[in-house]
Design a protein around this ligand. Structure first.
Ligand code: ATP
Ligand code: MN
Length: 141
C-alpha cells in the first residue's frame, strides 16, 4: 500500500537525515516535502540564488522553493517522486494542518532544527507536531 509521507524540512542536518531515512524506509512512497516560511522571519536557507530581491514579499518563498528543488532532484534519483510545498505561517501549525487536509499517513521529521536548542529533548516544532498530528510521527535522530 502506498504511504503518503510528509517530511517537513528546514535547513538543518537533522531534517536532511529525516529525509534520507524516509527515502530508505518506505518501499511504496508518495512523498511530500514541506517548508514553512514564518512571517516576518524568512529564516535561513542556504545556497539559494533566486531572481528576486530580499525586499520582495515573496523572496523567502522563492528561496524556499529553490531549497526544496534540490531535495526533489535527490528523491528522483532514488526513484521517488516528491511534491514540494512552500507555505507561509507558523511552522508546527502549518505542518499539522497540511497533514490533516491532505491524507498524510505518516510524518517524518528531525527532533531539532536549525536553532538546535539541545537543552531540550525536542525542538518546539517537533514537540508540537508530535502532540497534535493526526498521523503517526517518526522523529529521526
Ligand atoms: P526551536 O525551533 O524550538 O528553536 P529547533 O529548531 O532545534 O528548535 P525544531 O524547530 O523543532 O527544532 O525542528 C525539528 C524538525 O522540525 C526539523 O528537523 C524539521 O524536520 C522540522 N521543521 C522545523 N522548522 C521547520 C520549518 N520552518 N519548515 C518545515 N519543517 C520544519
Ligand atoms: Mn526550529
Amino acid at each position: 500500500m502506498t504511504q503518503h509521507v510528509l517530511v517537513p524540512l528546514d535547513a538543518s542536518e537533522q531534517a536532511r537525515k529525516a529525509f534520507d531515512w524516509a527515502l530508505e524506509e518506505f518501499d511504496d512512497l508518495s512523498l511530500t516535502i514541506l517548508h514553512v516560511v514564518p512571517p516576518n522571519d524568512p529564516g535561513y536557507l542556504p545556497g539559494a540564488s533566486v531572481d528576486k530581491s530580499p525586499e520582495d514579499d515573496d523572496y523567502a518563498v522563492a528561496v524556499a522553493e529553490e531549497f526544496l528543488s534540490d531535495f526533489v532532484e535527490e528523491a528522483e534519483n532514488a526513484g521517488v517522486e516528491a511534491e514540494p510545498v512552500v507555505v507561509v505561517g507558523e511552522p508546527s501549525r502549518e505542518i499539522v494542518g497540511y497533514a490533516e487536509e491532505n491524507d498524510v499517513d505518516h510524518v517524518v521529521m528531525g527532533s531539532h532544527g536549525r536553532t538546535g536548542a539541545t537543552r531540550v529533548l525536542f525542538g518546539s516544532v517537533a514537540e508540537d507536531v508530535t502532540r497534535r498530528s493526526p498521523t503517526p510521527v517518526t522523529v529521526v535522530r
